[in-house]
Design a protein around this ligand. Sequence first.
Ligand code: 3PG
Length: 215
Amino acid sequence: MTLATFTKQGIITQLEQLRVLPILVTDDVEQAIRCVTALAEHGLPAVEITLRTPNAMTVLREVVKACPTVTVGAGTILTPAQLDAVLETGAAFGISPGITPVLAKAAAESRLPYFPGVGSASDLMLALEHGFDVVKLFPSDIVGGTKMAKALGGPFPQVRFCLTGGVTVESMPQLLQQSNILCVGGSWMCPAALISAGDWSAIGRLAAQAAAAAR
Ligand code: 3PG
């Protein structure tokens, strides 16, 4: 297994190769480590762990320590304070569902490799003003998925998108055909029911299926 490279360019290159980023929501350190290990062992050694749970910073820190060959990023970053806290966990990158002038400025000044979220041309212009040309398109299924990425590719040919929100293993091959789509992301590979049941083999199968669909 290749060791994860945590420069921003290294992360982009890895996402370009993997083409799918699992999104994990759990407040439990042990569950998170087992889930991330299952994903990595089945072909997906990069993951976004959301900050949607109260214990998320601890979860991030412990997963980073336990899974050194995995590119562990933090999702749902909403404030500059969270950006700083994420950097301290040792996470490889940060992602937000959207973009604000305050967060974009803080992220541009931070050492943390960062990908803002966009849902419109205006969001994208704000992202570009701060130097971000790889962005999350969210919620992809609602703002238009490939059609939106293709339309935005006209005025913004330098931008590449990670589509998340409503993506499925069935929809991903078609989404990935659009040339300015770097990767897709989603939570379908680590559903809450399988995590709470501790069914790591089933999660491994979902990861393997997604990795195969990405090729
Ligand atoms: C995200 O944080 O990007 C979304 O929650 C992922 O969307 P999904 O749960 O529909 O995959």
